[in-house]
Design a binder for this molecule. Structure first.
Ligand code: ZN
Length: 153
């Protein structure tokens, strides 16, 4: 296989695809066109899919190689989707999500939880036992927060 260590100096040839499309990826962040020889050049990441790390900008580039099925037995930290750099959600919006979740759980007695997420924030409201706690709320803006709610009457 033909390899290159240096990009063409003439911009006309910079993005020319000289390798098999299946083994060639384009970095969406910096525009570099990269090739790899085999699946062993990739690594498993988010969603269990296979990625190449761009040597120019460290961007993770999705390949067309077949990924893996994630189970509890093969679970690794890098398989999780990382939302820490997502858009920040202010607490007024989080409060509205919790109000909607509680309303939904009050109307649907067969449901045991309600999940909302956007940007860097995750909110889950669980139905409580009804004695000590009617609703149990997880709020994860960057880490982990919780509150126990009583049902409104
Ligand atoms: Zn790049």
């Amino acid at each position: 296989m033909i390899k290159t260590d240096k990009k063409p100096t003439n911009p006309e040839y910079l993005n020319r695809n000289i390798y098999s499309p299946h083994r060639t990826v384009t970095c969406e962040k910096c525009g570099a066109v990269l090739y790899y020889e085999s699946i062993s050049d990739t690594h498993v990441g988010e969603f269990g899919a296979r990625y190449i790390t761009c040597p120019y900008c460290d961007n993770e580039i999705l390949t067309e190689e077949e990924g893996i099925i994630i189970t509890v037995d093969n679970l690794e930290e890098e398989y999780f989707t990382d939302f820490t750099k997502g858009v920040e959600i202010d607490f007024d919006k989080v409060k509205k999500w919790i109000e909607i979740a509680v309303k939904c759980l009050e109307q649907n007695h067969d449901e045991s939880y309600y999940i909302t997420s956007s940007g860097n924030t995750f909110v889950c409201v669980f139905r409580g036992d009804g004695d000590e706690c009617d609703y149990y709320v997880l709020w994860c803006p960057y880490g982990y927060k919780e509150v126990e709610l009583k049902q409104k009457f």
